[in-house]
Design a protein around this ligand. Structure first.
Ligand code: ASP
Length: 284
């Protein structure tokens, strides 16, 4: 398994434990991500994550299972402690794939996902609507936990969860809950996940792109790098994109790449669970 950022090591640990205890690959993904949501690690995932410009968090998450190409996603959900479990409830119990906002919250509550009272958000919303912009809209500070798992049967699953870009406009949805952007799992080929500035990932279907490069025969490392180069070539910002990818293929090979920063992530195999760092890609 492979997971974004140093907190990915904790996600891997919990996912591995779940597998060892007899859980499925989807249980493993959910369990690993729930732990990061629970800790609201470095304030960028979960209910203690980065607030939006109006001062309260809106959370995004999705989950995919390779066999059957099953998926569930929630976006802009408020007061839900484990958005990944809400996404899983959508995957397992809903005829739709993606729910947003109020509807996503309602569905999560119906399926017993832990929640907090969102009433305190009301005053912040009212202020925002009235034009009182007290929060710092800086767009700084954001991270996502994305976790990809290849189980002992050679089947893939993945998930991701985030509070999105700090200071985002209320209603802004990033790449993370968008299948093919923040996450993509293709059980024939491999899986990919993203973190970084969602606006620079979702315009290029970033994770889908990485998976398609693997389909063409690239190693996951080359596929992640190629996706960064392709986006940089097309984008007016060049390599100043703040985007990172992780990938895992059907053979258990993995890779990662980042546009303009050193990118730490965690890789776990039966042999151990390590934080690995890749330097930024060398601009072409
Ligand atoms: N990709 C997330 C978003 O834009 C944030 C991050 O991963 O840093 O919402």
């Amino acid at each position: 398994m492979i997971a974004t950022w140093p907190f990915g090591k904790i996600a891997n640990e919990h996912a591995f434990e779940k597998l060892r205890a007899g859980g499925s690959r989807v249980d493993a993904v959910e369990s690993g991500i729930r732990e990061i949501e629970r800790r609201s690690s470095d304030g960028s995932v979960g209910i203690e994550g980065r607030p939006n410009a109006a001062g309260y968090p809106q959370l995004d998450a999705c989950i995919m299972d390779g066999p059957g190409q099953r998926a569930g996603s929630v976006a802009g959900v408020e007061g839900i402690v484990h958005p990944i479990s809400a996404a899983r409830a959508v995957m397992d119990h809903c005829r739709h794939v993606m729910l947003v906002g109020e509807g996503a919250r309602w569905f999560a509550l119906e399926h017993g996902v832990e929640s907090i009272d969102t009433e305190p958000y009301d005053a912040l919303k009212a202020k925002w609507v009235a034009g009182e912009r007290s929060s710092d809209i800086d767009g700084r500070g954001h991270d996502t936990v994305a976790l990809l798992v290849l189980d002992a049967d050679g089947e893939l699953a993945g998930g991701c969860s985030t509070s999105g870009a700090g200071g985002k406009l209320p209603g802004r949805v990033g790449d993370s809950p968008i299948l093919g952007s923040g996450l993509y799992v293709d059980n024939e080929v491999g899986a990919a996940g993203a973190t970084g500035l969602g606006e620079n990932i979702m315009r290029y279907c970033g994770s889908f792109l990485v998976v398609e490069y693997m389909r063409q025969g690239m190693h996951p490392q080359a596929a992640c790098e190629e996706a960064v180069h392709r986006i940089a070539r097309l984008d007016p910002k060049g390599y100043e994109l703040s985007i990172c990818f992780i990938a895992l293929d059907k053979q258990g090979r993995w890779g990662a790449a980042a546009s303009n920063q050193r990118f730490p992530f965690a890789v776990a195999t039966a042999a151990g669970n390590e934080i690995v760092r890749v330097p930024r890609v060398q601009p072409r």
